[in-house]
Ligand binder design. Structure first.
Ligand code: ZN
Length: 464
């Protein structure tokens, strides 16, 4: 089907009654999802503007006034903001999703990455989890709110980011847009969600992202006059850098904790047995428990939640096999605990290396983002929405070791909580990877999750 026909189908579905077990809004969301997976919105493909045009078309045909839709052009790509005006009681709430994807090479996939395919209970396609299900959930929520003809108590704004996977420049432009800048908080669909037991599929825990570690890479550089390799000098850039790298390996950043990480580790510890489970529970109760921290530091899954980590990731030295190296450089990638400035981490590396001949410089311009203090209203709304489908599952905040738009919003002063509503097994995480997929059931649960949050937090009446 061409996109135009898909659009018409999507619009026809808007006013259709439920067919069988599928409510009309679910069929509508699925059509939108199928259409947007069809846009190859990866860096360099320039398809984000076409996707914005498609979404604008869907919204305006459903009767959303053009004055409540705005687009932002960053020069490289586009973003879109949609406003659902409220009755002026309270500051706006932002809901966010990103339209861009990490590229996928069709020749590497078993199925075409840019055609939505439903097979054996899964939706396949690039962006099915990251983050086009979120985009579909936002659009679906806007359409349902519009159809219900209920004005929320306060403005709801929906931000569609165009470059989350690369520069996040449009995220910055969204965060400072007049519709958004005064937002009381944000719900980000791009992280947070439930974990299912790998073996049994039983729901274990639901995680709400309340903070992100700062991503920062440092270049370690040694320079030397070099010379002929038949006449070795006492100093050598490669040996000097190698000594520095061993110092970086041996250095461990201090153990840290905050309310958010303690809540997370404690809740995960309840579900874990063995040494790690015990260490999790002890550390959550008392972060100064050195033995517990030591056990967690050996676990790749938990070390990142207990401290700043830095690790060597790249190496480059010398220019000819018969010449003494004039340059040796390495990249050390750090994930910095919230609240710690990038400069403090650089200083710690410089001190650990203890050699003024090794220049340590931050690459790009890493920005530290603050922790969003958990709000009872947000946690209660999320918990209610989760328990509706998964009664009794613990709902806890967590610290993200990766990166999302949340850090940009938090830095701009908008506390941000990521909650996708999607449940999945850890072994079935395919974001950024081959054959990305999302369980069909999760897709519809995610659509409903965001709608419920918008209704409850925005103070609107649910549609019938
Ligand atoms: Zn994402």
């Amino acid at each position: 089907m061409t996109r135009r026909i898909l659009t018409l189908v999507a619009m026809a579905l808007t006013s259709m009654p439920a067919v069988g077990d599928t409510p009309a809004h679910e069929a509508q969301a699925r059509e939108i999802y199928a259409s947007i997976v069809g846009f190859r919105t990866s860096e360099g493909q320039k398809q984000v503007p076409a996707m914005v045009a498609y979404l604008t078309d869907v919204l305006t045909k459903a009767g959303i006034p053009a004055s409540d839709i705005t687009t932002i052009d960053s020069g490289e790509t586009k973003a879109m903001i949609v406003r659902v005006p409220g009755q002026g009681h309270g500051r706006p709430i932002l809901f966010s999703a990103h339209m861009d994807v990490v590229d996928a090479r069709p020749e590497d996939w078993q199925r075409s990455p840019f055609t939505l395919l439903e097979e054996s209970g899964n939706f396949y396609g690039r962006g099915t989890t990251d983050n086009k299900a979120g985009v579909a959930a936002l659009i679906s929520t806007i359409l349902r709110l519009h159809e219900s003809k209920q004005k929320p108590a306060r403005d709801l704004v929906f931000g569609f980011v165009g470059d989350e996977e690369t520069g996040m420049l449009t995220t910055k432009l969204i965060a400072t847009h007049p519709w958004v800048a005064n937002a009381e908080f944000a719900i980000n669909t791009d992280a947070g969600g439930g974990l299912l037991d790998d073996a049994t599929g039983k729901p274990l825990i639901y995680l709400v992202q309340g903070a992100e570690k700062t991503y920062a890479s440092f270049e370690l550089m040694v320079t030397n006059a070099g010379g002929h390799s038949s006449r070795p000098r006492a100093d050598n850039a490669i040996y000097q850098l190698a000594r520095a790298m061993l110092k970086v390996e041996a250095y461990h950043f201090p153990v840290m904790a905050n309310d958010l990480t303690r809540a997370y580790l404690g809740a995960v510890g309840q579900a874990q047995t063995g040494d790690v489970g015990e260490a999790l529970r002890r550390f959550a109760a008392d972060p100064t428990d050195a033995a517990a921290a030591e056990t967690l530091s050996r676990s790749p899954e938990f070390v990142g939640t207990t401290r700043t980590t830095c690790v060597a990731t790249m190496l480059d030295a010398g220019h000819a096999e018969n010449a003494l190296p004039q340059k040796a450089k390495a990249v050390v990638n750090c994930r910095i605990f919230p609240g710690i400035p990038v400069e403090t981490v650089r200083d710690a590396l410089v001190t650990a290396i203890g050699d003024p001949g090794v220049a340590v410089t931050a690459m790009d311009t890493p920005e530290a983002s603050p922790v969003s203090e958990m709000r009872p209203d947000v946690m209660q709304a999320i918990t209610r929405a989760v328990h509706d489908k998964y009664p009794g599952v613990p709902v806890v905040p967590y610290l993200e070791s990766g990166g999302t738009d949340g850090k940009v919003y938090r830095t701009a002063g908008i506390p941000t909580f990521a909650s996708s509503g999607l449940f999945s097994k850890p072994s079935e995480m395919y974001a950024h990877g081959l054959n990305e997929r999302l369980p069909v059931r999760s897709f519809y649960e995610g659509i409903d999750h965001i709608y419920r949050l918008a209704v409850e937090l925005g103070g609107a009446k649910p549609a019938q």
